[in-house]
Design a protein around this ligand. Structure first.
Ligand code: NAG
Length: 367
């Protein structure tokens, strides 16, 4: 009887976990105001830029009408998979519940015009990725340039679900944070790697302040992000459709001066952290989006950041880069995150099936 119960529990568990084998790759989509891009991240650390898909009128309109959430964000953790090694059963149980909850919300999620505008784009990105992989995909993660409401994320998730795509992440941070992750701007700390011998005794990496600038024809989206021990939190968001390349190119009221003033007030320091300490220095700069190479943007950033621009820009194009195309920086970061989560889920499924086998052999031994 107990064995049948265990077996059915396992069957249910496997049903709810799409990936039980070790994950070979993760897929990431980045939705900008006018286009979407897709990347794949392989378990050997290689990332591939798949495609840039131009959006249609309904997509563009929907992306422009999406509400930009201001207010405090939930922190984004990059050390997700390490929870397993550190071994907090409670965290695993919590995460397990979360994914069942996610599935339920997928089924009940609302489908309206937003979903109809998103669907062709997500479908095209999925098809392009499948054509590259020559295999069908069942999971992908999606980010947008700015923080969005839970309601919007629900629509995104249910649209993916209608395309047979499961999203492993439950609360996506804005694209800039994933681009910073793709560039490897992830601090190491003993608290996270406590149980891994090699890291012991090393000083923690300091907290860093990262400026991310997502620049496209349609908009400027900047984030001021605090990173410590692989945990990212945005503190300020600037999203302005009049400051994109199109907005600044003739026929409109905005000009270079507006861009300078917007970035100047946005990067005004110091910024207070949670402990009341002051962060007075931007230590990293990440440029992303189709127009990240725009000369006017670079000139303005030089004006705003002064001498630091060259140093920061060198950091970005120096040791960190891995030669990342700014157009694909966020989709690459989110593909890596997707892989991490699938890998974690498969380890977790392994733990469950190991437990099951153990219990089964216990049962046999006592018979
Ligand atoms: C990583 O794996 C992918 C897919 O199997 C392959 O195309 C790529 O060449 C590999 N990269 C390296 C550096 O081995």
């Amino acid at each position: 009887m107990a064995r049948i119960l265990l077996r059915s529990l396992l069957a249910i568990y496997l049903l709810f976990n799409h990936q039980v084998r070790s994950a070979d790759y993760g897929v990431g989509f980045d939705l900008a105001l006018d286009y979407g891009v897709a990347s794949v991240y392989f378990s050997n650390g290689t990332a591939v830029n798949i495609a840039k898909i131009p959006g249609g009128p309904a997509y563009k309109q929907m992306m422009r009408a999406t509400e930009v959430l201001d207010g405090r964000a939930t922190a984004y953790h990059t050390w997700f998979g390490d929870i397993l090694e550190v071994g907090t059963g409670a965290a695993q149980a919590f995460l397990g519940l979360r994914s069942v909850g996610d599935l339920l919300s997928l089924r009940l999620g609302s489908r309206d015009t937003h979903s109809q505008s998103l669907s062709p784009m997500l479908k095209a990105l999925k098809t392009a990725t499948e054509s590259y992989l020559e295999a069908s995909i069942s999971a992908a993660e999606v980010v947008v340039p700015f923080p969005v409401s839970d309601a919007y994320l629900d629509i995104l998730r249910s649209t993916c679900f209608s395309l047979s795509l499961h999203m492993p992440m439950s609360a996506q941070p804005p694209a800039g944070i994933l681009a910073a992750r793709a560039h490897g701007m992830v601090g190491k700390c003993n608290i996270v790697t406590r149980d891994k011998g090699s890291e012991q005794g090393q000083a923690d990496d300091p907290m860093q302040l990262i400026l991310t600038v997502d620049y496209t024809q349609a908009a400027l989206t900047a984030l001021l992000v605090v990173e410590e021990c692989g945990v990212f939190e945005y503190r300020r968001v600037l999203h302005d459709t009049s400051l994109g390349v199109d907005g600044l190119s003739g026929g409109s009221d905005t000009n270079r001066g507006d861009l300078v003033r917007a970035l100047q007030s946005f990067t005004r320091l110091p910024l207070e952290d949670d402990n009341g300490d002051e962060l007075g220095r931007i230590s990293n700069l990440v440029l992303l989006g189709e127009s990240a190479g725009d000369q006017r943007l670079h000139d303005v950033l030089k004006d705003v950041l002064g001498e630091r621009f060259h140093r920061l820009a060198t950091t970005v194009s120096g040791e960190h880069t891995k030669n990342i195309d700014p157009l694909y920086a966020a989709s690459r970061g989110v593909a890596e995150d997707c892989w991490d989560r699938l890998e974690y889920q498969s380890k977790r499924a392994q733990v469950v099936s190991d437990c099951y086998n153990l219990r089964l052999s216990d049962a046999k031994a006592t018979q």
